[in-house]
Design a protein. Structure first.
Length: 59
């Protein structure tokens, strides 16, 4: 099975990257930007609604 990836973007510093949902905390848990260390719910880092839906469905 091919692993899915979600696109993420920090709402504060606008760093963008992609990650596997299995490497991220749950969408409703707190997450820290690897660039600026901003702390928000993981869901707030999802680039698009589709990325958020992928994150929710694969966790």
């Amino acid at each position: 099975m091919e692993e899915a990836f979600v696109q993420l973007v920090c709402p504060e510093c606008t760093k963008d990257w992609e990650s596997s949902p299995s490497e991220l905390p749950r969408y409703d848990s707190m997450f820290h930007c690897p660039n600026c260390h901003a702390t928000r719910r993981t869901a707030e880092f999802a680039r698009t609604n589709r990325d958020l839906e992928t994150l929710k469905s694969l966790q």
